[in-house]
Design a binder for this molecule. Structure first.
Ligand code: AMP
Ligand code: ZN
Length: 111
Protein backbone atom coordinates (compact mmCIF):
# COMPACT_ATOMS: atom_id res chain seq x y z
CA UNK A 1 0.00 0.00 0.00
CA UNK A 2 1.38 3.42 -0.96
CA UNK A 3 2.36 5.76 1.85
CA UNK A 4 1.72 8.74 -0.42
CA UNK A 5 -1.03 10.99 0.94
CA UNK A 6 -2.34 11.98 -2.50
CA UNK A 7 -2.39 8.34 -3.64
CA UNK A 8 -4.41 7.58 -0.50
CA UNK A 9 -6.84 10.37 -1.38
CA UNK A 10 -7.06 9.08 -4.97
CA UNK A 11 -7.95 5.58 -3.73
CA UNK A 12 -10.45 6.85 -1.16
CA UNK A 13 -8.38 5.60 1.76
CA UNK A 14 -8.44 9.08 3.29
CA UNK A 15 -11.14 11.69 2.63
CA UNK A 16 -10.74 15.02 0.87
CA UNK A 17 -12.99 17.82 -0.34
CA UNK A 18 -13.31 16.86 -4.01
CA UNK A 19 -14.24 19.52 -6.57
CA UNK A 20 -13.86 17.32 -9.64
CA UNK A 21 -12.41 14.05 -10.78
CA UNK A 22 -11.99 12.03 -13.94
CA UNK A 23 -9.80 9.00 -14.56
CA UNK A 24 -6.64 11.06 -15.15
CA UNK A 25 -6.83 13.88 -12.59
CA UNK A 26 -8.67 15.00 -9.51
CA UNK A 27 -9.19 18.42 -7.95
CA UNK A 28 -9.48 18.92 -4.19
CA UNK A 29 -9.57 21.90 -1.85
CA UNK A 30 -6.28 22.43 -0.03
CA UNK A 31 -6.60 21.55 3.65
CA UNK A 32 -4.59 24.69 4.60
CA UNK A 33 -5.82 27.31 2.14
CA UNK A 34 -3.47 30.20 1.35
CA UNK A 35 -6.14 32.20 -0.50
CA UNK A 36 -9.97 32.34 -0.55
CA UNK A 37 -9.83 29.78 -3.37
CA UNK A 38 -7.03 27.23 -3.08
CA UNK A 39 -7.39 24.07 -5.14
CA UNK A 40 -4.93 21.28 -5.88
CA UNK A 41 -5.00 19.67 -9.32
CA UNK A 42 -3.43 16.23 -8.97
CA UNK A 43 -2.76 13.46 -11.50
CA UNK A 44 -4.24 10.13 -10.36
CA UNK A 45 -1.10 8.29 -11.38
CA UNK A 46 1.77 8.77 -8.91
CA UNK A 47 4.53 11.04 -10.24
CA UNK A 48 6.89 12.42 -7.57
CA UNK A 49 7.30 15.93 -8.97
CA UNK A 50 7.28 18.05 -12.12
CA UNK A 51 10.88 16.95 -12.66
CA UNK A 52 9.75 13.31 -12.91
CA UNK A 53 7.04 13.71 -15.55
CA UNK A 54 7.86 11.62 -18.63
CA UNK A 55 4.44 11.47 -20.30
CA UNK A 56 3.29 14.82 -21.78
CA UNK A 57 -0.30 13.61 -21.38
CA UNK A 58 0.13 14.18 -17.64
CA UNK A 59 0.80 17.88 -18.31
CA UNK A 60 -2.10 18.06 -20.73
CA UNK A 61 -4.49 16.62 -18.17
CA UNK A 62 -3.26 18.79 -15.28
CA UNK A 63 -3.18 22.07 -17.21
CA UNK A 64 -6.47 21.42 -18.99
CA UNK A 65 -8.20 20.70 -15.70
CA UNK A 66 -6.62 23.69 -13.96
CA UNK A 67 -7.91 26.12 -16.58
CA UNK A 68 -11.26 24.32 -16.70
CA UNK A 69 -11.61 24.65 -12.91
CA UNK A 70 -10.77 28.37 -13.15
CA UNK A 71 -13.52 28.77 -15.79
CA UNK A 72 -16.00 26.68 -13.81
CA UNK A 73 -15.36 28.72 -10.64
CA UNK A 74 -15.52 31.95 -12.63
CA UNK A 75 -12.14 33.23 -11.43
CA UNK A 76 -12.36 36.22 -13.76
CA UNK A 77 -10.27 38.53 -11.51
CA UNK A 78 -7.29 36.29 -12.06
CA UNK A 79 -5.51 33.40 -10.43
CA UNK A 80 -2.07 32.03 -9.77
CA UNK A 81 -0.82 28.54 -10.62
CA UNK A 82 2.10 27.18 -8.62
CA UNK A 83 3.97 23.88 -8.90
CA UNK A 84 6.56 23.58 -6.14
CA UNK A 85 9.28 21.21 -7.28
CA UNK A 86 11.96 19.89 -4.98
CA UNK A 87 13.16 20.76 -1.49
CA UNK A 88 14.18 24.38 -2.04
CA UNK A 89 10.85 25.25 -3.63
CA UNK A 90 8.90 24.22 -0.55
CA UNK A 91 7.41 21.03 -1.99
CA UNK A 92 6.15 19.00 0.96
CA UNK A 93 4.08 16.28 -0.73
CA UNK A 94 6.13 14.20 -3.20
CA UNK A 95 3.25 13.61 -5.62
CA UNK A 96 2.89 16.15 -8.44
CA UNK A 97 0.22 18.79 -7.79
CA UNK A 98 -0.64 22.19 -9.17
CA UNK A 99 -1.87 24.84 -6.74
CA UNK A 100 -4.66 27.00 -8.19
CA UNK A 101 -4.99 30.11 -6.02
CA UNK A 102 -7.43 32.97 -6.37
CA UNK A 103 -9.51 35.53 -4.51
CA UNK A 104 -6.81 37.96 -3.39
CA UNK A 105 -3.86 39.95 -4.73
CA UNK A 106 -0.62 37.98 -4.96
CA UNK A 107 2.81 39.51 -4.49
CA UNK A 108 5.58 39.37 -7.04
CA UNK A 109 8.30 38.26 -6.59
CA UNK A 110 6.81 35.39 -4.58
CA UNK A 111 8.12 34.71 -1.08
P1 AMP B 1 3.44 21.58 -1.54
O1 AMP B 1 3.96 22.25 -0.29
O2 AMP B 1 3.59 22.37 -2.78
O3 AMP B 1 3.98 20.17 -1.67
O4 AMP B 1 1.89 21.48 -1.32
C1 AMP B 1 1.27 20.46 -0.59
C2 AMP B 1 -0.09 20.96 -0.24
O5 AMP B 1 -0.89 19.87 0.13
C3 AMP B 1 -0.11 21.95 0.94
O6 AMP B 1 -0.66 23.18 0.50
C4 AMP B 1 -0.98 21.24 1.97
O7 AMP B 1 -1.81 22.14 2.70
C5 AMP B 1 -1.80 20.30 1.11
N1 AMP B 1 -2.30 19.11 1.77
C6 AMP B 1 -1.60 18.26 2.55
N2 AMP B 1 -2.40 17.26 2.97
C7 AMP B 1 -3.63 17.49 2.43
C8 AMP B 1 -4.89 16.82 2.50
N3 AMP B 1 -5.05 15.70 3.22
N4 AMP B 1 -5.93 17.35 1.84
C9 AMP B 1 -5.79 18.50 1.13
N5 AMP B 1 -4.63 19.16 1.01
C10 AMP B 1 -3.56 18.68 1.66
ZN1 ZN C 1 1.24 9.45 -4.82
Amino acid sequence: MSECIFCKIASGEIPADFVYRNEKVFVIRDITPQAPTHLLVIPTQHVASAAEVSDPAVWAAVMEQATEAARFLNLTEGYRMVINTGAQSGQTVPHLHLHLLSGRVFDWPPG
